[in-house]
Design a protein around this ligand. Structure first.
Ligand code: SAM
Ligand code: SF4
Length: 438
């Protein structure tokens, strides 16, 4: 294929930060090979979709977008379409049957070969989904804002929770080399980033040549000047006291933990393949709260998993009441083809899933409001990230506990860390004023 035919590309990214990191790396790879990124999809010779498969809804959005561009692509035959990432991995050439105007399908380990495919290089094909071809060193850190960013520490997952597509579409867990992680953190810090989140599907099982996750955190803190460090996501089965001690004892570790519970019923957790019991989960929360006076705990919850009875759901509500999460991502169970749970009968009617989800959301909002209002009067050291999305004369900052704090002040620049005294709060946002006495 003649490279000259494709000069410009547009990329849309769906799903998690991992996908954003992959898109960022793909953009660098493409531009270093002479392709030019454009912001206007209608000006692109190549339209790329980097996709998510975690729930059916995420896939349907991409199918919808592919439908929308069908006529446009037909009118402009030189325009090509590439679907890359998780959905490409899951569906492979089936995608070209669903959407025949898709020209390239590259799975999660083949994404960065897109320029090779466009240039028609040896050993490439328009559809590639085999694992084991990834160049881990390529993966770049990403900036969410000029002052906050993400560094990937591992890819894939070995846990095979029965509902989850991730191990199938992202492959087995691979740890990034310690040196690469330190290099990427330093790179962001040198570019002015203040706050970095280390990313992995299960950061707690990180192991590189015997170096575990708490040791990695200590190493990153000692070998870089990153002012504020976070991580995501923690699987409760692997969260150790050693990790809790690092969060408690290292001032540059931000006091926030994302600890997905998924369900408050031991019977459902077992069917989900989550391995831990509610009692173990609660003992971790207790230890965290004992060792840290100030800590945000957030979680992921699924309602309507096969066979979930009202009493199982009530147990989830009960754990939510006990833990008092600062915030939660809450989902209706969605069957993912090929997973273990896809062989179970999806027996909870959609209206019950929706009713349970709404009840859970209402409870969580009430708890989040209470948690946030408990912060009133406290001083939080917040990273100023920009303007409020709704109000031009209000500034937006992120607290140590990862909450959005809005405030008004003169002469405070983005990227500064400022002490804010919290004055009011609702379920999603805190409001504060600059504390002058510090
Ligand atoms: N690795 C992380 C973990 O273990 O929590 C996150 C993985 S997944 C990308 C993010 C969340 O999506 C999960 O924690 C789970 O709550 C939700 N999820 C995954 N599969 C799902 C499914 N089939 N239906 C509904 N929600 C799902
Ligand atoms: Fe999916 Fe479970 Fe792995 Fe998280 S730990 S990515 S939910 S299989």
């Amino acid at each position: 294929m003649d490279k000259k035919k494709i000069k410009t590309f547009h990329i849309s990214t769906y799903g998690c930060q991992m996908n954003l990191a992959d898109s960022s790396t793909l953009v660098s790879t493409m531009t270093s090979r002479g392709f030019q990124r454009v912001d206007d999809e209608s000006k692109a010779d190549l339209i790329i979709f980097n996709t998510c498969s975690v729930r059916d809804k995420a896939e349907q959005r991409v199918i919808g977008r592919l439908g929308e561009i069908k006529k446009f692509v037909k009118r402009k035959p030189h325009v090509k379409v590439a679907v890359v990432g998780c959905m490409a991995q899951r569906l492979g050439d089936e995608l070209t049957k669903i959407a025949p105007h898709v020209n390239y399908v590259l799975g999660t380990d083949r994404i960065f070969e897109l320029p090779d495919v466009l240039e028609g290089n040896e050993n490439t094909a328009p559809i590639m989904t085999a694992f084991g071809h990834e160049d881990m060193d390529l993966i770049e850190p990403i900036k969410e804002t000029p002052f906050s960013g993400f560094v990937t520490i591992s890819r894939g997952c070995d846990n095979y929770c029965t509902y989850c597509i991730v191990p199938y579409v992202r492959g087995k867990e691979r740890a990034h080399a310690v040196d690469q992680i330190v290099r990427n953190v330093n790179r962001l810090v040198n570019e002015g980033v203040i706050e970095i989140t280390l990313l992995g599907q299960n950061v707690n099982s990180y192991n590189y040549d015997g170096l575990d996750f708490p040791d990695l955190l200590k190493l990153v803190l000692s070998k870089t000047n990153v002012p504020r460090l976070r991580f995501m996501t923690s699987h409760p089965k692997d969260l150790s006291e050693k990790l809790i001690d690092v969060i408690a004892n290292e001032p540059r570790m931000m006091p926030h933990i994302h600890l997905p519970l998924q369900s408050g019923s031991n019977r459902i957790l077992k069917r989900m393949g989550r391995v831990y019991k509610v009692e173990h989960y609660l003992s971790i929360v207790e230890s965290l709260r004992n060792k840290l006076d100030y800590l945000s705990i957030t979680t992921d919850l699924i309602v309507g998993f096969p066979t979930e009875k009202e009493e199982d759901f009530e147990q989830t509500l009960e754990v939510v009441r006990r833990v008092k999460y600062d915030s939660a991502f809450m989902f209706r169970y969605s069957v993912r083809p090929g997973t273990t749970a896809s062989r179970y009968d999806d027996d909870i009617p959609e209206e019950d899933k929706i009713r349970r989800l709404n009840k859970l959301i209402a409870l969580q909002q009430k708890i989040a409001t209470e948690r946030n209002q408990r912060e009133i009067g406290q001083i939080r050291f917040c990273l100023v990230e920009g303007k409020s999305r709704r109000n031009e004369d209000t500034q937006r900052a992120r607290s140590e506990g990862n909450k959005t704090v809005l405030f008004k002040a003169n002469n405070i620049k983005d990227g500064q860390v400022v002490p804010l005294r919290i004055t009011s709060a609702d379920a999603f946002t805190l409001h504060g004023v600059i504390e002058e006495k510090i």
